[in-house]
Design a protein around this ligand. Structure first.
Ligand code: GLN
Length: 498
């Protein structure tokens, strides 16, 4: 059991503080020895950071919350981890997550579920056990419980933004390709992004500025020329807004509200609190424009076909021979049959959700289903990208060859929508089989930005209501989405909502 081995290697005094504080949420699954003094002086000196357990680190195991990697220790650090070390940050340990990042509630983990720490932080007598969201639930909960200043997560279809929304912290999914994926265990390569969770937007920005950068080791890393082109557009817009931003105002900023982001499943309280955020932005001088992204309703289905297809191919390496804990029969004859070793290893060591994704993804890639599922989902993905490109005033420097619709639609700087359809579900409910389908629906609002590779930031909705009773109002996030490469603009708008 990784949990116990790890914690027993931690000096007693430290363990009895951080490890004990961790027990209530189960956010961290491995604690590093505390650093006596900063190794390096840099932009993040003094900052304590947790790393999601699907990002490799040399001095601790990387299990991806899976039995198949329960004893895996990487021989190298991920680029993002190197960058954090170089900037003086202290890495406190590894954070719990859904197995290989597949899930929305952090209930699929060999380390056990993560318990949302929000209730405990508000009222010690409140015993309500709710999900912290997933798949980066440990990262969000570690920040919310005050175990660290910031945490790295990964976001393939919403795994940073959803737990941020449920736990009441900030969560940034950067533009695809801006942060290196070298050393990040692949789930669905064309969607995977390393993201940042923190208590405030300034800390989120500092960590993002540290980990972004071109990396020759990641073939999908955005090239310097593309980064510069996007920065030029983004910076010139920020300069125009600078004087009002300095005063905490948003005069001149155009915010689009996409009408398709209010599905039936949205809870009343989300709508109510989203309205309050819109009101706040209006009061600060932003103009609010209704916009339409017609392909949105197909995003969730397209996402699950594409993500599962890529996952089925990525999971092939865990066969008990190349990678992964081998489960073999004691019969020497059986051991000679490689297929039997594969089957035993994978059946015993992959959890139910990973097995479902492998089956679904393999099916979508078979000759019979390829056109109807995989290719069709790729077409939907392009439609989703076109929708976004049609509404942003900033061009998409990644897609400059493509023509944008000539229809005269109002162009906007950023989009705003609720991050999730509701507040954190109860853990008992989330673990029940009946909830399995509902757990996919949790991502309905986050996957469009993932398919289009756009930056998206979830910020907790401020509650301006005076509460007549003392019932807990569980956090709900609002998401700001920008054009590819407009991460700094998205962060600036997020700051106005803090
Ligand atoms: N819940 C989504 C999934 O299971 C998103 C996960 C993620 O972003 N890693 O695919």
């Amino acid at each position: 059991n990784v949990n116990l081995t790890c914690l027993s290697s931690v000096p007693r005094r430290y363990a009895s503080t951080l490890a004990e504080r961790n027990r209530a949420s189960n956010a961290l699954i491995y604690l590093n020895k505390p650093q006596e003094k900063a190794q390096k002086e840099g932009q993040l000196s003094g900052l304590k950071i947790a790393i999601k357990d699907n990002i490799v680190t040399r001095d601790s195991p990387t299990t991806c919350s899976s039995a198949i990697l329960r004893n895996f220790v990487s021989p190298f650090d991920a680029t993002v981890v190197d960058k954090l070390h170089d900037s003086g940050a202290e890495i406190i340990g590894k954070a719990n997550c859904d197995e290989f990042g597949m899930g929305s509630l952090n209930t699929y983990s060999i380390h056990g579920p993560v318990i949302n720490p929000f209730a405990a932080s508000q009222d010690a007598s409140n015993q309500e056990r709710r999900s912290a969201g997933g798949s980066s639930g440990g990262s969000a909960a570690a920040v919310a419980a005050g175990l660290c200043d910031a945490a790295l997560g990964t976001d393939t279809g919403g795994s940073v933004r959803l737990p941020a929304s449920y736990c009441g912290v900030i969560g940034l999914k950067p533009s695809y390709g801006l942060v290196s994926r070298w050393g990040v265990v692949s789930y669905a390569d064309s969607l995977d992004c390393v993201g940042v969770l923190a208590k405030d937007v300034d800390t989120t920005s500092s960590v993002f500025n540290t980990i972004t950068g071109y990396d020759t080791k990641d073939p999908t890393s955005a090239l310097p020329g593309i980064r510069d082109a996007a920065s030029t557009y983004c910076n010139s817009r920020l300069e125009q807004l600078e004087s009002s931003l300095k005063e905490g105002r948003l005069d001149g900023l155009k915010i689009g509200i996409p009408q398709e982001f209010f599905p039936q499943e949205l809870s009343e309280s989300v709508i109510h609190r989203f309205r309050q955020s819109v009101k706040l932005l209006k009061e600060r001088g932003a103009s609010i424009v209704p916009v339409s992204l017609p392909a949105t309703s197909y995003s969730l289905s397209a996402y699950y076909v594409l993500a599962s297809a890529e996952a089925s191919s990525n999971m092939a390496r865990y066969d008990g021979i190349q990678y992964g804990e081998r489960v073999a029969s004691t019969d020497p004859e059986d051991l000679k049959k490689v297929a039997s070793v594969y089957a035993r290893t994978r059946s015993a060591n992959f959890g139910p959700e990973v097995q479902r994704r492998i089956l679904l993804g393999t099916y979508a890639l078979t000759a019979d289903a390829f056109d109807n599922y995989f290719l069709q989902a790729q077409r939907v993905r392009q439609l989703v990208k076109n929708d976004f490109n049609n509404v942003f005033s900033m061009p998409n420097v990644n897609e400059s060859g493509r023509s944008v619709s000539t229809e005269s639609v109002q162009k906007v700087d950023v989009l705003l929508h609720p991050s999730a359809i509701g507040a954190a579900p109860l853990l008992d409910e989330a673990k029940s089989a009946d909830f399995a389908l509902d757990s996919y629906v949790q991502d309905v609002l986050t996957v469009p930005a993932s398919l289009a590779g756009l930056p998206a930031l979830s910020v907790p909705c401020l509650s301006t209501d005076s509460k007549p009773d003392s019932r807990l109002e569980w956090p709900i996030g609002v998401s700001i989405v920008g054009q590819w490469g407009a991460d700094r603009l998205v962060l600036a708008v997020g700051k106005a909502l803090e």
